[in-house]
Design a protein around this ligand. Structure first.
Ligand SMILES: Nc1ncnc2c1ncn2[C@@H]1O[C@H](COP(=O)(O)OP(=O)(O)OP(=O)(O)O)[C@@H](O)[C@H]1O
Length: 364
């Protein structure tokens, strides 16, 4: 439905987007994940027509968009800071786009009322239509902002950190709402976020952006379990990554040796997920490290444990309540943290995932 082809954009000679190509499918929820400064907002602005690329093209249903001004592109843009009119009522904020848009503005008040009220019902704000926007909560403002964008029936809705200004509880509720609203309308969403949990939970597919380049585009499960590069493994924030060297049948990291099948001579990083680490009192014969318990973070259904050993530094293990554990760990005590070496990922010197070892054994 939308194609981005070889997009490039620099500011003052410094590239923000580098030769970026991407296909966005009809009726999908695409999340764009990347750290601060990776070029997420720049990419949205190029698509929306708020900036021009130095090179490349943007196509919507095979039509070139680059020479088309922003207001003619029929794209919706939900900004983080809402950009609403605080002294106007909810109804008028949502109706504004319908009345004043360049493509096909409406002046039939009955038609406007029907469309606005349908949209307010969809976002759960029917009873607040006359309330001034300045008197709404953050979550309600965000719903108005989404309603105002979607009422104009854009072909694609661009959302720039739409949940960023909400507190954690509300963010979770709005996340579910956004998925529901998108599914009900069948509009394509491109949702930008710096939060890996949000990107993985909400996207049908996730695009990982790093330093102006796409590192991986895949379904969330694949991004999480098979990051194709060390950068993606870092962004999903779920892996201990140990630098070292592959040898026949093992990976060496300082004085530690993690067993492997085959000769992974090109391996330079060993990755194992926090949730795959098991904490015990002694070496159980698998891959593992003896380490001191430093501290823990209680996160409801899971607990994050932080360990330290002198040459490794700090690493993490995640235990879910309900799993059999050791109970309360003693700060400063030595434990054995182990894992199944068949679940490890290996990355080569260029940071690329190596196939044929650990969790990728037997995969091409
Ligand atoms: N108008 C501008 N002038 C100069 N440099 C810019 C401009 N806009 C963006 N940049 C630079 O381009 C790079 C990408 O910025 P961008 O805002 O797209 O990143 P981002 O991933 O959206 O970051 P954040 O998550 O912090 O909003 C950064 O290095 C930024 O400093």
């Amino acid at each position: 439905m939308m194609e981005l082809r070889g997009l490039e954009k620099s500011y003052g000679g410094k590239p923000a987007i580098k030769d970026l190509s991407l296909d966005i499918h009809k009726n999908e929820y695409l999340t764009l994940l990347g750290p601060s400064g990776s070029g997420k907002s720049t990419l949205l602005r190029l698509i929306a027509g708020l900036e021009q690329p130095d090179r490349g093209g943007v196509f919507l249903d095979n039509a070139a968009l680059l020479n088309m001004p922003a207001h003619m592109r029929n794209l919706g843009f939900v900004q983080q800071k809402y950009a609403l009119f605080p002294h106007m009522a909810v109804f008028d904020n949502v109706a504004f786009g319908l009345r004043y848009r360049h493509l096909n503005p409406l002046d039939d008040e009955a038609e406007i009322r029907t469309k606005v009220m349908d949209m307010l019902e969809l976002v759960g704000l029917s009873d607040l239509e006359m309330r001034k926007v300045g008197q709404l909560s953050g979550g309600q403002k965000q719903r108005v902002s989404v309603a105002r964008t979607l009422v104009c029936e854009p072909k694609i809705c661009l959302l720039d950190e739409p949940l960023g200004a909400l507190d954690a509880n509300l963010r979770e509720r709005m996340a579910i709402e956004l998925r529901r609203i998108r599914a009900a309308l069948g509009v394509t969403f491109l949702h930008v976020t710096g939060n890996e949990t949000e990107a993985l939970a909400m996207g049908d597919r996730v695009v990982v952006l790093d330093n102006g380049c796409i590192r991986q585009v895949d379904i969330p499960e694949k991004i999480f379990t098979k990051p194709t590069s060390i950068q993606v493994a870092k962004f999903v924030n779920a892996y201990n990554l140990f630098p070292g060297k592959g040898r026949p049948e093992k990976f060496e990291y300082c004085d530690h040796k993690f067993p492997l099948r085959g000769d992974a001579g090109a391996a330079r990083y060993y990755g194992i997920r926090y949730d795959q680490m098991r904490v015990s009192y002694q070496n159980d014969g698998q891959a593992g490290l003896s380490a001191k318990f430093v501290t823990s973070e209680f996160e409801g259904a899971r607990i994050k444990y932080f360990f330290e050993c002198p040459d490794v530094g700090v690493f993490e293990a995640e235990v879910h309540l309900g799993e059999e554990g050791l109970g309360r760990l003693q700060q400063g005590e030595e434990y054995y943290v182990s894992w199944d070496p068949n679940q490890a990922l290996l990355f080569d010197g260029a940071g690329e995932l190596m196939s044929g070892f650990g969790a990728t054994e037997g995969l091409q």
